[in-house]
Design a protein around this ligand. Structure first.
Ligand code: PLP
Length: 353
């Protein structure tokens, strides 16, 4: 007797990247930022009054929402904050999709959490293959009869991005379907669709503090959308956890959002290293789709992703691999600091020779 529900027994949960502590690794496997958060974050933490922890946090994270709204050029009523963008995405499934409805549509190679959420909430799904060059097949997606879409832009794990203009054409062409745009990596691309949320009622943009803000340890993400979409997410939050964003996270993220200059510089460094790494990997014979994110999706003939992963791990460098069709030929490499990337390239050189 294990007391598990049928659902708990049957569901295939999301597998997160390894967070190993057995030795010091160069950690290029979960798309964290190699640079520290803004100095304002450290100051906000130092100034945080521990006595304030007696009290529950602001349930709707008002100050943080106001700070995010200023940055995104929208009103606080257009912002919803959650415990990581994974939670925001999770809540969006029951908020906007019905189990007996037309369901959600997403790509075959994309953030694998969408499939887990659809299964967990009993939402039907239609999966559309990417094109041969790893770009999204938006025409095929448009042809799917569904209630809405989940699109990671830039996509994970491929890194491939869709420009705002093309995304706007797609959004405008499906006015009665919700388009959820997961922009976890958008700061490394600069084509955010948040302005579309002011113009189209069917767009919800989801962002995170985990990647470009160097705050994966704090667990905070947010959605930008019209008032009715945001109200839907608030209703779902209050069916699950009234206080998803703790007081420390609210203070830290409010400080981070205000330091655009610091983050623009850190993001610029990651982007220029991304370009250097892509050229070097292609020079070693890897196929690397053009990445608009902070990671590279790299595959090479005659050596599996798992083999590259295993050999790099033995050398103290962690990357991500998969035991699945198509993906098994690739590894996903997070862009690190120049020194970390140099070690990666040296080790790859050794493995291939
Ligand atoms: C990392 C990631 C997220 C989630 O991040 P949180 O840490 O939960 O905010 C969401 N979507 C994609 C595509 C990601 O790669």
């Amino acid at each position: 007797m294990d007391f598990l529900s049928n659902k708990a027994r049957a569901i295939a949960p999301y597998t997160a990247g390894e967070q190993l502590r057995d030795r010091q690794y160069i950690k290029l496997n979960t798309n964290e930022n190699p640079y520290p958060p803004s100095p304002r974050v450290a100051r906000a933490l130092a100034a945080f009054d521990a006595d304030a922890l007696r009290l529950y946090p602001r349930p709707e994270a008002d100050e943080l929402r106001a700070a995010i709204a200023r940055k995104e050029g929208v009103a606080p009523e257009n912002i919803f904050c959650g415990n990581g963008s994974d939670e925001v995405l999770a809540l969006s499934f029951p908020a906007f999709f019905d189990g007996d409805g037309a369901g959600a549509c997403f790509a075959d190679l994309t953030y694998s959490f969408y499939e887990v959420f659809a299964a967990f909430f009993g939402i039907p799904k239609t999966i559309v293959p990417l094109k041969g060059d790893f770009t999204l097949d938006l025409d095929a997606m448009r042809a799917v009869p569904c209630a809405g879409y989940y699109i990671a832009n830039p996509n994970a794990p491929t890194g491939v991005g869709v420009a705002r203009e093309e995304m706007e054409r797609f959004v405008a062409s499906v006015p009665d379907r919700l388009v959820v745009l997961d922009e976890a990596y958008m700061d490394f691309f600069g084509e955010s669709c948040t302005p579309l949320t002011q113009k189209y009622a069917n767009v919800l943009v989801v962002k995170t503090f985990s990647k470009s803000y160097s705050l994966a340890g704090i667990r905070c993400g947010y959605a930008v959308g019209n008032r009715s979409l945001i109200a839907g997410l608030m209703r779902m939050k209050d069916c699950f956890n009234s206080y998803p964003v703790d007081s420390v996270a609210q203070a830290v993220c409010t400080a981070a959002v205000a330091d655009g200059a610091y983050y623009a510089e850190a993001t610029g460094k990651v982007v220029s290293e991304r370009e250097r790494l892509a050229v070097a990997l292609r020079g070693m014979g890897f196929t690397v789709p053009e990445s608009r994110s902070n990671f590279l999706f790299a595959g090479r003939a005659k050596v599996s992703g798992k083999e590259i992963y295993t050999r790099l791990k033995a050398a103290g460098v962690l990357v991500r691999f998969w035991d699945k069709p198509v993906l098994c030929d690739f590894v996903r490499i997070t862009v690190g600091t120049p020194a970390q990337n140099d070690v990666l390239l040296q080790q790859l050189q050794k493995i291939l020779s």
